[in-house]
Design a protein around this ligand. Sequence first.
Ligand SMILES: [Zn+2]
Length: 239
Amino acid sequence: MQVKVKLLEELQCIDLKIDGRQAEKDLLLQQMNDLDREIEESRLSLDTLREELTALQGEKEESEKTMAVEADIIVRSETRLHDIKTQKEYQAVLKEVSTAKKVKTEMEEQIISKLGEAELLQGKVADGEKNLAALTGNIGVRKKEVQAQLNKLDAVIAGDQSQREATTAGLNAPLLNRYKMLREKRQGIAVVEARDGSCLGCNMQIPPQMYNNLYKGLELIVCPHCQRMLFIRAAETAA
Ligand SMILES: [Zn+2]
């Protein structure tokens, strides 16, 4: 039984290494996500600018259409003025012309103002495109670096996994299950050394008879306080 516990302890060493590397890997994957999100955010803000620009150009076109309509009204009304007979009708057409001129002027002002805004936005879009291109390049380099680290880590983990398989081959399923459950309940430590009469997992004293049985190595000894599986080092066995 002592031999099996030793094997479990070896397995735990490997599993702790794998846990650590998995945590490292999770961090790298998080970095990858963060880098992707950085590009995505830059792309989204550029899209927003482009949409604003399109909307502005649409508004400008609307103003241009209205302006053309008003210009047409002005021309037609002014032509009509020559054929008008009554003073009343003349006044009415004059008013029409004056209103159309007012709207036309408003439209001209709006077009000028929207042209200015559009120019500003075009500048921002151009800057945004440049930034996105630079960022994509930069992040591409960083992602390659992170990917290289991930690949290295995967190879190491694969090595650990095959070492793990070789170790578990010597252990039966009930013992492995017990080990697995204990690891889940006890922060990854299922097998622990006993030294100077104490369990090093929970630092509690082990009853002397139980401790003596540990030396004999005939049965699996479990700490009565934390339920971890106990073993003693070779040096202690010899002493
Ligand atoms: Zn204990």
